[in-house]
Design a protein around this ligand. Structure first.
Ligand SMILES: Nc1nc2c(ncn2[C@@H]2O[C@H](COP(=O)(O)OP(=O)(O)O)[C@@H](O)[C@H]2O)c(=O)[nH]1
Ligand SMILES: [Mg+2]
Length: 284
C-alpha cells in the first residue's frame, strides 16, 4: 500500500468513521479513536486503533506476571487500546497458573490466552498470536523482562505520525540503557543483520531484536513458516519484499539476561538463522 502522511489538520468526510488520530492528536470528536492510512494522498482507511501485544511464553512463570503488569501500566499515546495475547508454547512450569491468576485479578487488561499442547518454538507461538490478533497493529513482546513495554510509544510514533508501516526496535542505536553482556553475541547479531541486509538491501542495525511492530494487515498477509528463532530472518526477508513498504527503526533499551537468569537462545540458533536468511531470501 502506498501510504503517505496526510497534512495536518486533516478533514475527514466519512460518516462511518468520524474520528481520526494524527500525530498523536484526535482531530474530531467522537468516542471512537482511529488511525489514518492514506493512499496517494487520499484517505484510504480509518480504523479504530488497538495494539495487539503478542507474548510467546515458554517456561516463563518467573517473569510473565511481571511483564503483564508492565504492559498494563503503559499508557499508549493517543489513547490507543491494548489487547494482550499470551501464547503458552507447551511450558512445563507454572506459566499457565500465573497468567490465569493475573488475568483474574486484573480484569482491566484484556488478556487472551492460548496454549500449544507441545513445545513448537517462538515462531510458531507468534504465528498463533498473529492469527488471533484483533488489533490494527501488532507488536511482539518476549515474556522475559529484557525489553521495556514503556517503549511501545517510541515504536508507535512513526506509525501514528503516518510515516511507517513496520517499525523495528534496535538495541544498537540510540542512547537507551543496554546491559553490557556477551561480546560474541553482539558480533553474532551484527553478522546476522549484515547478512540479512545484503539480501534484503535494507539498512537495519538489529534484525534479531524482539520488538517489531507491524500494521496488522501487513503481518497477517505474510505467510510465515518458521517454528523457532528463524522467525526474525524470515519475517524480515518477507517484509522487505512488500512493494513500497515503509520500514523504520527506533532505538530501544535492552535489559539482557544471562543463561542463569533464563536466556535460552544459543549458538545453534545462530547457525539456523544463517540458514533461514539464505532460505527466505534466495529460495522462498
Ligand atoms: N527459547 C525458547 N523460547 C520460546 C519458545 N517458545 C516461545 N518462546 C519465547 O520466546 C521468547 C524469546 O526467548 P528467549 O529465550 O528469551 O530468547 P532470546 O531473548 O532471543 O535469547 C520468550 O518469551 C520465550 O518464552 C521455545 O520453544 N524456546
Ligand atoms: Mg529473551
Amino acid at each position: 500500500m502506498d501510504g503517505i502522511p496526510l497534512p495536518v489538520p486533516a478533514y475527514i468526510d466519512d460518516r462511518e468513521h468520524i474520528s481520526c488520530l494524527f500525530a498523536g492528536t484526535r482531530l474530531s470528536t467522537t468516542s471512537q479513536k482511529g488511525l489514518l492510512f492514506t493512499r496517494n494522498g487520499k484517505l484510504d482507511k480509518v480504523a479504530v486503533v488497538k495494539l495487539s501485544i503478542i507474548v510467546p511464553a515458554y517456561n516463563e512463570g518467573a517473569t510473565i506476571g511481571d511483564i503483564c503488569e508492565k504492559i498494563r501500566q503503559v499508557e499508549l499515546a493517543g489513547g490507543i487500546e491494548k489487547e494482550v495475547i499470551v501464547v503458552n508454547d507447551g511450558s512445563s512450569d507454572n506459566t499457565e497458573e500465573v497468567v490465569s491468576r493475573y488475568s483474574e485479578t486484573h480484569r482491566d487488561l484484556p488478556i487472551t490466552y492460548f496454549k500449544h499442547s507441545t513445545n513448537r518454538g517462538k515462531g510458531a507461538a507468534i504465528r498463533t498470536g498473529i492469527q488471533r490478533a484483533t488489533g490494527d497493529l501488532v507488536i511482539i513482546q518476549d515474556a522475559d523482562l529484557e525489553y521495556d513495554p514503556q517503549e511501545y510509544n517510541l515504536l508507535l510514533k512513526p506509525i501514528v505520525d503516518g510515516f511507517a508501516d513496520v517499525v523495528y526496535g534496535t538495541r544498537f542505536m540510540g542512547g537507551n540503557p543496554h546491559r553490557v553482556l556477551f561480546f560474541w553475541h553482539t558480533i553474532g547479531n551484527r553478522l546476522l543483520t549484515f547478512l540479512s541486509n545484503m539480501f534484503t538491501n535494507l539498512n537495519l542495525t538489529d534484525m534479531e531484536a524482539c520488538y517489531k511492530l507491524f500494521r496488522a494487515d501487513i503481518i497477517k498477509s505474510i505467510h510465515l513458516q518458521e517454528g523457532r528463532f528463524g522467525f526474525e530472518p524470515e519475517v524480515t526477508a518477507k517484509v522487505a519484499r512488500i512493494p513500497n513498504v515503509r520500514i523504520y527503526e527506533v532505538g530501544i533499551s535492552y535489559y539482557g539476561r544471562t543463561y542463569r537468569e533464563g536466556k535460552k537462545i544459543n549458538w545453534k540458533d545462530g547457525f539456523k538463522a544463517i540458514y533461514c536468511i539464505l532460505k527466505y531470501n534466495l529460495f522462498a
